[in-house]
Write a protein that binds this ligand. Structure first.
Ligand SMILES: Cc1cc2nc3c(=O)[nH]c(=O)nc-3n(C[C@H](O)[C@H](O)[C@H](O)COP(=O)(O)O)c2cc1C
Length: 175
């Protein structure tokens, strides 16, 4: 069972990357094979529905997604949605998402965008038959101090999310 933790923020001082690292640490500590893809490390072309599909970094991103059965996505909330960088990745890699288990950890400015991840979750369910883990992490700026996750409840929830992504992935594979 291969898992992937995807950090979807392009901000060098990202809070969601802190969540991604926490989730990855939890998976590795629990003995899971978990890759880590930081979109800051893989410059992707904007999806044009044409030549961008042939870009070498699109192929690398596709291999990361295709190689995982379960994906934990850590994303900022921008304009009551996930980042354009994440949506661009999904547009570029499309069918590689089919039948994956997907969990979300979000970082936002404040509490009122709590449901913002749902439009992407719906799209993944309906377009690619992804199974969305019915638990997600939602952290706000008060939960971080620099690169430290200072809210122990959010840290616990992130570990629970990582465990659930692994658990759902294993269950669906064995079924
Ligand atoms: C362009 C932009 C749009 C944003 N829109 C929202 C929003 O709709 N709701 C919200 O709670 N925070 C919003 N924020 C705040 C970010 O979600 C917050 O800074 C978060 O920490 C970003 O994640 P990151 O640190 O991993 O990059 C926005 C920030 C930016 C730069």
């Amino acid at each position: 069972m291969n898992l992937l933790v995807l950090s979807a923020s392009l901000n060098p001082e990202s809070n969601s990357r802190v969540l991604a690292r926490e989730a990855h640490r939890a998976l590795v500590t629990a003995g899971h094979a978990a890759a880590f893809l930081d979109l800051r490390d893989l410059a992707l072309p904007p999806c044009d529905g044409a030549a961008a599909y042939k870009h070498e970094n699109t192929a690398k991103a596709r291999a990361f997604v295709a190689g995982a059965s379960g994906i934990l996505v850590a994303t900022p909330i921008y304009n009551y949605d996930t980042t354009a960088a994440l949506k661009n990745l999904i547009e570029l890699t499309g069918k590689a998402w089919e039948n994956k288990v997907v969990g979300f950890a979000c970082s936002a400015g404040a509490g009122s965008s709590y449901m913002a991840v749902m439009s992407l979750a719906n799209s993944l369910m309906l377009d690619f038959r992804c199974t969305i883990v019915p638990r997600f992490v939602y952290a706000t700026e008060a939960d971080f101090n620099g690169e430290a996750l200072v809210n122990t409840d959010i840290a616990w929830r992130t570990q629970q999310l990582a465990e659930d992504v692994a658990r759902y992935t294993r269950a669906l594979q064995s079924g």
